[in-house]
Write a protein that binds this ligand. Structure first.
Ligand SMILES: [Zn+2]
Length: 347
């Protein structure tokens, strides 16, 4: 029957058919392409997400769900509800990387000959490198003589970079699978624990440098608290939901621990001219962290207008920005602690 119909059609009909077929195949190709694109970059609404992704009911759309690792990595440059969460901490990580290199350079921690590379004539370069080698040898010897150790400062910088990078990776890749999300969430928390613990190193080390007993007690205590926190986060036997308050308590107690050496230090060095500035920076840091946590817990502003802040301006991004501001305030304070200790010997 179909054969008969096709055979009975005239020349004009055949042209029409060809045109129709062409349109059909074009629209099929378009459909296929669209299907491919939408499969590759499919953003879902909150109600369509699996349970483990339903964390904030006030963010209604733009969820990446079960992306392959490659798709998740390429979503770094696409718009979704985690774009700003990833970029805020990725840029924060880059900021701290630049600050670390810059401060190392300023403190003379980088080889001095690296300063000779900026557009100098050959002879001048040669002279510069010879001079710099002398400086490098002197710097290498200095810690053994009088110079204040720099490592506590850089322990804090490394802790901060680890926290910011872990957070950025976590936000970028949790859309892959529940298993990876659970693991990355632990890494993210481990980053927060590491940053809190390492933040204590510069102030405690430099303030109590002339009092090794208290220096050891305080640094030992915060290091043990940090190690216990990491162990609790990763120990398979402690992953049950009933340990969640215990995990929260560990983070809170690490932050609260700072009050004890803080009061001790303020009592001993209240009259120091730099004390006010150091306390100012530390108060700014604490203010940023507390405000960030309150905004994060209260889910402001998306609670007021669900759906409006899906792509930008929701509480988690604000929390991230306040974490960077707090860490930067602590960086400035840590530099002051170092500068103060450099100018003050124990004798
Ligand atoms: Zn985050």
């Amino acid at each position: 029957m179909a054969l008969f119909q096709r055979a009975s059609k005239g020349k004009g009909d055949a042209g029409k058919d060809a045109l129709e077929n062409k349109h059909k195949s074009e629209s099929n190709i378009g459909e296929k392409m669209w299907k491919k694109v939408s499969q590759e970059y499919r953003l879902l609404e909150y109600h369509a997400c699996p349970e483990y992704m339903k964390d904030n009911e006030f963010i209604l759309s733009y969820y990446r769900v079960e992306f392959s690792v490659q798709q998740a990595l390429s979503s770094l440059f696409k718009l979704h509800n985690e774009t700003l969460n990833v970029w805020t901490h990725l840029l924060g990580f880059l900021l701290f990387l630049v600050l670390t290199v810059f401060t190392a350079y300023e403190l003379g921690e980088l080889p001095a000959f690296s300063r000779c590379i900026h557009g100098l004539e050959y002879n001048q370069s040669e002279h510069c490198i010879l001079q710099s080698m002398k400086v490098d040898v002197r710097n290498m010897m200095a810690p053994m003589l009088t110079r204040t150790p720099r490592w506590p400062f850089f322990v804090f910088m490394c802790g901060s970079m680890f926290c910011l990078l872990a957070s950025a990776v976590c936000h970028l890749l949790t859309c892959h699978s529940e298993q990876l999300a659970v693991f990355l969430m632990r890494v993210d928390y481990a980053g927060i624990g590491t940053m809190i613990a390492t933040s204590f190193y510069p102030p405690i080390y430099y303030v109590f440098q002339c009092d090794p007993f208290w220096q050891m007690i305080y640094l030992g205590t915060i290091s043990c608290m940090g190690i216990i926190t990491l162990w609790v986060l990763f120990a398979p036997s402690l992953q049950n939901g009933k340990y969640r308050p215990f995990r929260a308590l560990l983070f809170m107690s690490m932050g609260a621990f700072g009050v004890i050496p803080g009061i001790h230090a303020a009592m001993e060095h209240w009259n120091e001219p730099l004390c006010g500035r150091m306390l100012g920076y530390e108060a700014l840091m604490a203010g940023c962290y507390v405000l960030g946590t309150l905004i994060y817990v209260a889910r402001i502003p998306e609670r007021w207008k669900p759906g409006l802040f899906d792509l930008a301006g929701h509480s988690h991004s604000v929390f991230h920005i306040l974490v960077i501001a707090g860490a930067y305030a602590h960086y400035r304070a840590a530099l002051l602690f170092l500068e103060w200790r450099d100018s003050k010997s124990c004798t």
